[in-house]
Design a protein around this ligand. Sequence first.
Ligand code: AP5
Length: 219
Amino acid sequence: MLVVFLGPPGAGKGTQAGRLSAKYGLPQVSTGDMLREAVAAGSELGRRVQSIMDAGELVDDATMEAVVEERLRQPDAHGGAIMDGYPRTRVQAESFERLLASGRHGAVDLVLFLEVAEETLVQRLSHRRACSQCNANYHLEFKPPATGGTCDRCGGTLVQREDDREEVVRDRLAVYRTATQPLVSYYRTRGLLYEIDGAGSIDEVFSRADAAMAGAVSA
Ligand code: AP5
């Protein structure tokens, strides 16, 4: 099963994709996490994308296509995946269709679109903290770590992402509106879009996403 999360920065894509991944046994394919890992490792890819990410701009489509194609070839993704952050341009959506059609996955089964008001997005992102070692995500108010500034999972130091500074968040939202929001109608016309109210607690949003997922699994 191939599921795509769509929604603006801070909508909760990563949070909900992680929970659905654990429940349904499908890998969470987070392009943002993969790029941040490349930056942390100092690889050629990481050096190329760091300043683009820090500025809140999108990495070019050809690079992203290659990253995703390689990831979906891994054995854990043979049965499907939950896409968190890809596709996010029309070019990516079209090339993703071709990639899926040429391989074992076939096609996208479900697109979960998280809708959240802009003030809430800014609030969520400005209070997000991420583990510098394992990328686990926290929120200072809604999902705080058990002990101060360290990660519950691995003990790593929690940091604020460079692109979570408020001025960069505003730029990311503008990029989202121009480049990614058109995918809402793209997937709606294909009958794949499931709109989810992303307001409310993490548990409340999860039960909505889970209901959509369960419906698609049993269809
Ligand atoms: P990426 O990491 O994908 O960033 P994003 O799409 O902007 O999404 P975020 O991770 O900021 O938000 P989210 O929706 O996952 O929210 P989260 O669950 O963390 O991409 C980063 C960069 O990489 C891009 O800007 C670009 O440069 C590059 N990139 C990646 N993919 C690309 C692609 N395909 N093409 C080109 N470039 C690409 O939640 C946010 C916070 O809110 C957390 O603190 C969380 O704990 C909290 N929270 C979540 N849900 C709730 C809730 N219901 N109530 C209260 N708090 C909540």
